[in-house]
Design a protein around this ligand. Sequence first.
Ligand code: ADP
Ligand code: MG
Length: 227
Amino acid sequence: MNLLQAQALCKTYGTGETAVQALKDVSFSVPKGEFVAVVGESGSGKSTLLNLLGGLDTPTSGKVLLDGRDLFAMKERERTIFRRRNIGFVFQAFNLIPELTVEQNILFPVLLDYQKPDMAYLEELLDVLDLRKRRSHLPGQLSGGQQQRVAIGRALITRPALILADEPTGNLDTRNSGEVIALLKEASRKYAQTIVMITHSRSIAQTADRVLQVSDGVLTDFGRCAE
Ligand code: ADP
Ligand code: MG
């Protein structure tokens, strides 16, 4: 079953002479549990695509279906709640809240949704992310790799069906990058989560189940990689 479907997505920024066609008729589907890498040059439309898949921005035309639900047929408020419950985001900039501890940052999306936190799952994530000893630290007291692990914990805590990551290792060195990717893949395998990840790294893309390339707003699906 396809967890995610993009149907004829187009996105144009601006109007008239300054209009930029950032995405041109992009369609593809992702089965549940697949790990998809999105590659392409800077300015090719990768972030635009990811933001549309996550309902963070609206397409000029076209549809995004997540678990069969049409994201842009929802009212904005409904979409916000749906997003919070079903999609986890990891960005290049970790976007942690500096005044909150590691534990509070991870729990933040759950608290924002007025849900009761699953404390056993929090403990599990702190272990998997190797953050147990840092749980009461503030982001400013952590290394880049640790901060990105907190951001991953925050993306996973709601057990989202879909994880969208925009160059999550862009600010990390090689060793930390490897760890972050391994964690995301482990999570997707363990919790049957689907991942769509933008990456500049050829070696990371090679480990994905499927590679999509965006080139000047046009998507090419390279399909499943050979094992
Ligand atoms: P990538 O993530 O592949 O580097 P982006 O999706 O960020 O590419 O950008 C694709 C194109 O759309 C670029 O030409 C960029 O300048 C343009 N663009 C992106 N965001 C905006 C925006 N908010 N307003 C106007 N143009 C934008
Ligand atoms: Mg980008």
